[in-house]
Design a protein around this ligand. Structure first.
Ligand SMILES: Cc1cc2nc3c(=O)[nH]c(=O)nc-3n(C[C@H](O)[C@H](O)[C@H](O)COP(=O)(O)OP(=O)(O)OC[C@H]3O[C@@H](n4cnc5c(N)ncnc54)[C@H](O)[C@@H]3O)c2cc1C
Ligand code: FES
Length: 342
């Protein structure tokens, strides 16, 4: 049994998980999995196989100073032909997956086990993954998959809202929009037992090892990947730093899972959350305005990892503010829920 799980993330967002023995190099383990990462000398001299190990421990065999400088070593750049993992790792490659992988991304056949309304505009879709499909599902908290829309040829992207440790059942939060293909399915026709194909996982928006405070801004169903991240932090006992979570919605009735967010606090997360709605009502005594209006210096006084997820205007406004504040972009991770073009 191979020892470590290594996630390979390519520039186009495709993510493949492989098992790697301690004695293996990443290059050899990739080959066994029919992944031909770019290489040339295989001796640590040419730097063709250079990549970035974002997370995890590793050793490198022979690497020449020309192929990998001291500064690059410090930044956790690696030569994958010389790299042996010493724990689970995440490695980012600076090129598109099609240069290394001929097979299509993995598919899983799933069965709808429940569809539940969680707010006036959001439905939760729970899927059970059919067993006996050979490959094991693995994803990083924050990533997404493409789901088939039953009865159509459409595919739509949704972020996992559940823990990557729970692979029997996965959940997604879907905002219901008028005349949307997936929206109409979950709103009007979805029933228990329907078959849905899930393809992936994908995405650069995933939880980095929590080694500093975290600031998150979630707009609407942009809360989904944050829930996956929280579950993971609790289950892997890596929730050691304070987290500030800003949640935005259009109206109070759009909000969902605020009680679940509260529960994370008693489950061990040092989490402070705040909520704002664009349009309040007579029962709403909370903040009113776009959630990005509530970004303030105090949140970024200390170096923090920043996660932004939701509608493109919210991400763009947050990014503008962070740039104005001089925040180093390497700490900023974002996922825009852009509408599909097919
Ligand atoms: C990486 C990624 C992850 C995503 N994760 C999630 C998620 O977890 N939850 C989630 O709810 N969505 C998510 N989305 C958005 C999702 O993929 C769909 O685009 C969305 O659910 C609409 O799909 P639909 O089939 O219902 O509508 P479509 O059939 O795609 O659209 C119907 C019409 O509505 C327009 N439209 C699409 N989206 C909107 C919108 N938000 N507001 C107004 N008009 C719109 C379209 O341009 C089109 O004219 C994600 C998108 C990406 C790229
Ligand atoms: S292939 Fe040349 S350094 Fe790895």
């Amino acid at each position: 049994m191979s020892k470590f799980s290594v996630a390979l993330v390519f520039e186009d967002g495709r993510c493949e998980h492989i098992r790697v023995d301690e004695d293996d190099t990443i290059y050899l383990a990739c080959l066994r999995n029919k992944i031909r990462i770019l290489t040339d000398c295989l001796e640590g001299a040419c730097a063709t196989c250079k990549a970035h190990c974002v997370e995890g421990d590793y050793d490198l065999d022979d690497v020449s100073e020309e192929a990998l400088s001291e500064q690059e070593l410090e930044k956790r750049l690696v030569l994958t032909c010389q790299m042996h993992p010493r724990s689970d790792c995440v490695i980012e490659f600076p090129y598109a997956s099609k240069l290394a992988i001929k097979q299509e991304p993995k598919n899983w056949t799933c069965k709808v086990i429940s569809v539940e309304k969680v707010s006036s505009t959001v439905k939760r879709l729970d899927l059970e993954i059919n067993r006996n499909q050979g490959d094991y599902l693995a994803f990083l908290p924050g990533q997404y998959v493409n789901l088939s829309v039953p009865g159509t040829t459409a595919l739509r992207s949704y972020s996992f809202a559940t823990s990557p440790h729970d692979l029997e059942k996965v959940s997604f939060f879907i905002k219901v929009i008028e005349n949307g293909s997936m929206s109409s399915y979950v709103n009007d026709r979805a029933k228990v037992g329907d078959s849905i194909t899930m393809t992936g996982p994908f995405g650069h928006f995933y939880l980095r090892e929590p080694v500093r405070p975290i600031v998150m801004v979630a707009g609407g169903t942009g809360l989904a990947p944050m829930l996956s991240m929280f579950d993971h932090m609790i289950e892997s006992k890596t929730a050691l730093y304070p987290i500030r979570l800003l949640i935005g919605a259009n109206e109070p009735s759009d909000l969902f899972y605020l009680d679940r967010v509260e529960n994370y606090k008693s489950a061990g997360l040092s989490l402070i959350s705040e909520v704002a709605v664009v349009k309040g009502n007579s029962n709403w005594s909370g903040k009113v305005g776009h959630i990005t209006n509530f970004l303030r210096d105090e949140l970024v006084q200390e170096e923090a990892d920043i996660y932004l997820c939701g509608p493109p205007p919210m991400i763009e406004a947050s990014e503008r503010w962070l740039i104005e504040k001089g925040i180093d972009q390497k700490f900023v991770h974002s996922e825009k829920f852009v509408p599909s073009r097919v």
